[in-house]
Design a protein around this ligand. Structure first.
Ligand code: MN
Length: 205
């Protein structure tokens, strides 16, 4: 798939909002990464050096076939074409500084290799709010997600994004991370797995 735009949803799982000390009643956050951030399965993830801690955020990722602007929530899922798992890699120390200063998050979210992305599985009406997935580092499970815990469903995310952008083929959405985010260092092997998508693994350097 030729990815054109990467939309990311932040603050979509209550337990993760709590672990980062953010207000529980905050709206979801929307940001973007350039497609050049993508690291396909089988390639090494090159972690930035000297920029503080780098956290893994394991996320369900969905791809759109189109849709346009102002999509109704009831029609949103008919524009989903595929799903997979991905990592919204985050320079956490830098992000905290940017948040405190009220500045945009790009430096902490849109660096090279910031979006390892699994292989696409075709969307066949799987229940996107009933998936479970895990993220493990060096064989130890760090994150365990149930998409039923999302505060904003995939359909709602599509609706919200389509108020600002006319959505089209090539748009993908990182749908937010559950609790359990933590640091990655060079030499780590990180794996994402679900029954629906299978298992994806990357080595970090
Ligand atoms: Mn995220």
């Amino acid at each position: 798939m030729n990815v054109k735009r990467i939309f990311c949803i932040g603050r979509n799982y209550a337990a993760h909002i709590e672990e980062l000390g953010n207000a529980p009643d905050s709206d979801c956050v929307i940001f973007m990464k350039p497609p050049s951030c993508i690291v396909p399965v089988g390639q090494t993830v090159r972690l930035p050096r000297g920029a503080g801690s780098i956290h893994h955020e394991a996320e369900l990722v969905i791809a759109l076939s189109g849709g346009g602007a102002n999509i109704a929530v009831e029609q949103a899922l008919q524009h989903v074409s595929a799903l997979t798992l991905g990592l919204d890699l985050t320079l956490r120390d830098l992000q905290s500084q940017l948040k405190d200063a009220g500045k945009p998050w790009e430096l902490s979210k849109a660096f090279d290799d910031a979006a390892p992305l699994g292989t696409w599985v075709s969307y066949q009406q799987q229940d996107l709010q009933a998936l479970e997935f895990t993220c493990s580092v060096n064989g130890e499970i760090r994150q365990r997600a149930r998409t039923s815990d999302m505060l904003y469903s995939v359909a709602r995310q599509i609706q919200i994004l389509s108020r600002i952008w006319a959505l089209s083929a090539g748009d993908i959405i990182f749908t937010g991370t559950p609790k359990g985010v933590g640091p990655l260092v060079a030499g780590d092997v990180i794996a994402l797995e679900s029954a629906t998508t299978g298992r994806f693994e990357w080595r970090c350097s």
